[in-house]
Write a protein that binds this ligand. Sequence first.
Ligand code: COA
Length: 242
Amino acid sequence: MTEATQDILVHSEAGVTTITFNRVDKKNSITRDMYAAMADALDAAKANAGVRVVVFQGDIAIFSAGNDIGDFLQQPPATQDSPVFRFLRGIATFPKPVIASVCGPAVGIGTTMLFHCDLVYAGDNAAFSMPFVNLGLCPEAASSLLVPQMLGYHRAAEALLLGEPFMAEAALEVGLVNRVVPPTECNAYAQAQAKKLAAKPLSSLIETKRLMKGGQTAKVLEVMAEAFSAFMEKRKPDFSAV
Ligand code: COA
């Protein structure tokens, strides 16, 4: 059991579960307890037939600064069931639609989690970055697989090798984002889209998402599992068998 945290707010209403990063003083950087709270919220939303859509949102000025670096170094994930991996598996395999509303910086997992969402709406102040190489790390959340697929290889190389931020309009152009809106309207817009989805037949939504993902989900899980095994065994990941 992990401690409940106020740093993640979970609110369910009219078929929509909204998960809010609520740690603005630390730029919504994500601790172990926050990953656990989000994994639990996803499990509950999956099990509850009354929930049809999940929305992730942050603050108008910051989506998330990614992993809480101090917390990560103090309590690095130790097993495949550690909160960060429970969260990543949960979002990668979530059967119902997932929407993200992103304003301000989205760093590291703040960006890579979006590759597992179905719809992404961004404030025009959104800035996406995956600075793993700059930190001496490997890309996480199966992003080495998903980013080239979504952005195309050369744009992925720019995003992942240089690690420089790209803004909402560029994210719209490459297809990471569905629509760019003023930051003050972003959460409301995402909620309105969620409401539309929640009014549709749930089994059709689930089946359509499953068909669109095809065999990809199994591969995503294998890539994440291998990356994590390599991390724990302090060796380079070997994706050749995946
Ligand atoms: N982990 C832990 N604490 C973090 C953090 C992180 N990833 N990102 C920000 N914080 C904390 C800062 O330490 C600071 O805490 P303090 O007030 O106690 O000193 C507070 O949040 C404010 O951060 P600050 O850097 O002053 O805000 P900013 O507006 O100048 O910049 C960011 C915002 C997001 C651009 C910047 O904080 C950043 O780049 N953070 C690191 C992102 C990162 O490398 N993430 C890991 C990716 S794998």
